[in-house]
Design a protein around this ligand. Structure first.
Ligand code: SF4
Length: 519
């Protein structure tokens, strides 16, 4: 059995956060699909944070039989629900000592707080087979590395980013089952390729700078689209690709698939805004393929900073291109809702360029979603250093003038907020959620006259001020569609209300839980 879930990252583990990010597992279903193809019977349990520990125990007891070999736990982002899951994992270990507990995520730090026997980081289809063959078959011991987690515990890790690599991979199927209780309005996960052809200086995504076309076969994607439509009535997807529009040919390939279908899929995911602006021929393929709502990591409108990041494009060309693209998509696509993310505190930033960016966004980007975050630096020597490649910036930030801040995270509190108990609790939770696993280096840089904490405050102030003008973020379209049952047209018109009411989400999760527990 593989247990998986996700929380709304910005608040930590709270009653609201359990309801605010109900997404199906990315990795869990992928691993289950792979293992089933070689003879294993694997069931995936989604939305696990919504189950109580007693319900998880009941579920496990109902499913366990003599053939049960392992319990998997998977999380795409930092597993803020580990504290909720661990009493259950400890109970399984005590009552069923022969069961191996395996935790898997994109990098080990996302799952390091689970109480597991083994950890797999990276795309893990081949790594888990190596591990299971060793534990339950005649395979030899896989390569196991050590990682010290936040609590100083030594973890046994199979590093699938370096060994038993499951990328590139032309067949990337995810096959859901009747026992997953998929609903027609849901958004399922899509994967077109693994890795990114670019190498941005701050980026810690795995497998950067891939040099070949690593895309999934058109047939494999078509089979998945047809299967999900025929069996569950699903047409909506979230792309897990780092950059869905890295190749124009890739978009054309999947647009050709969509043209053959008796239904029109909708896909949302990451895209490079500057690439889309530089290659307007991508637009029609994106629309034909159904990929019409994007997250653009623009990072900066300061040309020197953007160039340093490796996303350099003349500011005015980029801005005009974004506006032109918005107009084109608004005219030709059923919905065009985007998120733009920017970084403050890059090596050539000035307060003037940041404030000019802010003005442009208020004047030109209302109705879309945008947020700014200060530059995060994970210093070399970070605990994941030996495990996964840190971004280039981690190794040369000192040369660029970044040195340790005089203020510590514990001391910092936003100057515009009164120190009420509620505010103190909220800020402490925000610090824990945002910085516990990433463990950034809190910097100041006299060359640009900025420090991390001033920028954190400036960025948060901008983000809050922009909320009344925000359109629905591309990532939150699923909530409005699946739970609030709004049409794309209605979602397009929503401004200033990022999320729908929680009640329909609670009902959806309760129904799922009840269905799983009554099997
Ligand atoms: S920031 Fe985006 S485009 Fe740049 S390397 Fe990372 S994933 Fe690729």
């Amino acid at each position: 059995m593989i247990f998986s879930g996700q929380l709304y990252e910005h608040t930590g583990y709270t009653p609201e956060s359990i309801l605010a990010d109900p997404k199906r597992s990315y990795g869990g279903h992928k691993i289950a699909t792979h293992l089933r193809a070689i003879g294993w019977d694997v069931e995936v349990i989604d939305f696990v944070p919504h189950f109580t520990v007693e319900e998880l125990k009941l579920l496990w007891t109902m499913r366990y039989n003599k053939g049960t070999k392992f319990l998997g736990v998977s999380s795409l982002f930092q597993a803020l629900w580990a504290q909720h899951m661990n009493p259950f994992l400890e109970w399984v270990k005590e009552k069923y000592p022969d069961i191996t507990i395996i935790a898997g995520g994109p990098i080990v730090t996302t799952v390091e707080e689970f109480k597991a026997d083994y950890y797999i980081q990276g795309w893990g289809e081949y790594a888990i087979v190596e591990l299971l063959n060793w534990l339950h078959g005649s395979g030899k011991r896989p390569i196991i590395s050590k990682h010290i987690n936040l609590n100083g515990e030594e973890l046994q890790v199979i590093d699938a980013l370096h060994f038993y690599k499951a990328y590139p991979k032309e067949e990337l199927p995810t096959r859901y089952q009747e026992r997953d209780f998929i609903q027609p309005d849901e958004f399922l996960n899509a994967e077109f390729s693994r890795g990114c052809v670019f190498k941005c200086k701050f980026c810690a995504a795995p497998a950067l700078g891939v040099t070949k076309d690593y895309t999934r076969t058109a047939q494999c994607w078509e089979d998945e689209l047809r299967y999900n439509y025929d069996n569950f009535g699903v047409t909506n997807y979230i792309s897990g690709d780092e950059t869905t529009n890295d190749y124009t040919e890739k978009l054309r390939k999947y647009a050709d698939v969509t043209k053959k279908l008796p239904f029109k899929p909708f896909i949302t995911g990451f895209a490079r805004g500057d690439i889309a602006v530089a290659k307007p021929e991508q637009w029609e393929h994106m629309i034909a393929m159904g990929f019409t709502s994007h997250h653009y990591g623009i990072e900066s409108f300061n040309e020197k900073s953007a160039k340093w990041v490796h996303k350099g494009m003349a500011k005015n060309r980029l801005r005009e291109g974004l506006l032109e693209m918005r107009e084109y998509f608004n005219k030709n696509a059923p919905i065009y809702k985007t998120t733009m993310s920017l970084i403050s505190g890059l090596p050539y930033d000035t307060w003037e360029s940041l404030n000019e960016t802010k003005d442009w966004l208020f004047n030109h980007w209302r109705g879309q979603s945008v947020y700014i975050n200060p530059l995060l630096i994970q210093p070399k020597g970070h605990t994941s250093d030996s495990m996964s490649k840190l971004p280039p910036l981690s190794y040369n930030y000192e040369e660029l003038g970044y040195i340790e801040s005089d203020v510590s995270l514990e001391e910092w509190f936003p100057s515009h907020l009164p120190r009420t108990p509620e505010n103190i609790e909220a800020i402490n939770r925000m610090k824990d959620v945002n910085f516990r696993a990433s463990r950034p280096f809190f910097w100041k840089n006299d060359r640009i006259g900025m420090n991390f904490f001033d920028l954190l405050e400036w960025s948060q102030r901008f983000n809050n001020e922009f909320i009344p003008h925000q359109g629905v973020s591309n990532w939150y379209i699923p909530y409005w569609k699946t739970f609030a049952k709004k049409s794309f047209g209605e979602i397009s018109d929503i401004v200033g209300q990022p999320l729908p009411e929680y009640e329909p989400i609670r009902e959806f999760l309760d129904n799922y839980k009840e269905a799983k527990l009554s099997l």
